[in-house]
Design a protein around this ligand. Structure first.
Ligand SMILES: C[S@@+](CC[C@H](N)C(=O)[O-])C[C@H]1O[C@@H](n2cnc3c(N)ncnc32)[C@H](O)[C@@H]1O
Length: 323
């Protein structure tokens, strides 16, 4: 079994620079992982951090932070798409900063039994929260067309139909229950043309679907203007273009993650009223520098975007739709 790597926080200096932790302030780290961001924030100032993660394994690492920063750190188990209710249950209604480092942690990838990796054999699982429908169920039950659409949409996989056909043929012989089985099926129909494994996009697509990753991101972004006080900072690090597109669209002036919902009318209404919920210190995504990428190859595809909550109240129409 591959050794489990410690998770190295991505673009930590840039995240801290944007967040500017201050004594007495309240921050939310919505993707606790191994606690790299939470720890650094707590070390930067006498502040409080509420950390969220849907992976039950993360709570074990959180215990150490609770010990090291008594009274200043609280771990909350759950999905960040529910952050408004998770935080309000703790009496938290207004925060000074929200950081999100989307995706999987190195621990999740490296533990073969979690089923995220095509490099090691394990059960085809991919559930971050360890509950719900696993990747194996999807791969063994989805009709061929739905499977192809899934690979195309969430994996941006051009060979989606060929792969879906191969999966359906293979599962007619024997159920696909392991990561190695699935990776071998994909590799049997997609030629390797670069350094990237041909199974990469298929695994990404399944992971996004299993964990409803884009829906989670949209829900969290939609809730953020209600949590962040005026001047509060929203900082999001993403690792692929589907997520970055959602963040970019949300942060631009209309301030809404309406991409997959029918909220066009609302967005138009907000734009006409000049309702820009966030100000953008920079429109460009911040990227990791060459030195960090050398030390931590995961940082290669990372993009950080950040925005500052302004004084515009969340539109009444927005409230109506979300309540
Ligand atoms: C890239 S890691 C975060 C690493 C962290 N910044 C650090 O420095 O250690 C992402 C974490 O977010 C968690 N996660 C992903 N989607 C989530 C969601 N919708 N709700 C809560 N946690 C989520 C994953 O379980 C994983 O532990």
């Amino acid at each position: 079994m591959m050794q489990v790597q410690e998770h190295i926080p991505v673009m930590l200096p840039q995240v801290l620079e944007a967040l500017q932790p201050k004594d007495g302030e309240i921050y939310v780290d919505a993707t606790f992982g191994a606690g790299g961001y939470s720890r650094a924030i707590l070390e930067s100032a006498e502040c409080r951090v509420y950390a969220i993660d849907r992976d039950p394994n993360a709570s074990l690492l959180a215990d150490a932070l609770a010990r090291d920063f008594p009274g200043r750190f609280l771990f909350l188990s759950g999905c960040f798409g529910d952050m408004l209710s998770i935080l309000s249950a703790e009496g938290v209604g207004s925060i000074d900063g929200l950081v999100m480092d989307i995706g999987v942690s190195s621990m999740q990838i490296d533990q073969a039994e979690r089923g995220f990796s095509f490099r090691q054999d394990g059960p085809l699982d991919m559930r971050m929260s360890q509950k719900g429908i696993s990747a194996s169920v999807l791969v063994n039950t989805l009709p061929e067309k739905e499977l192809a659409d899934l690979l195309y949409t969430y994996g941006e996989e051009r060979a989606s139909r060929k792969i879906a056909k191969a999966i359906v043929e293979a599962r007619a012989e024997t159920p696909i229950e392991t990561t190695a089985q699935l990776a071998a099926i994909v590799r049997s129909v997609v030629r390797k043309t670069s350094d990237t494994d041909p199974a990469t996009k298929t695994f990404q697509a399944l992971r996004i679907q299993v964990n409803d990753e884009l829906g989670e991101l949209e829900r969290a972004l939609d809730q953020s203007p209600r949590l962040l006080r005026e001047g509060g900072r929203l900082i999001v690090v993403t690792f692929h273009s589907l997520e970055d597109r959602i963040v970019k669209k949300f942060m631009r002036p209309s301030g809404h993650a309406a991409s997959r919902h029918d909220m066009a009318a609302l967005v138009q209404q907000q734009e006409e009223a000049g309702l820009h919920l966030f100000d953008l210190p920079t429109r460009k995504a911040v990227l990791a520098n060459a030195d960090e990428i050398r030390r931590n190859p995961r940082a290669r595809s990372a993009k950080m975007r950040w925005a500052v909550r302004n004084t515009v109240p969340v539109a009444q129409a927005y409230e109506d739709i979300h309540d």
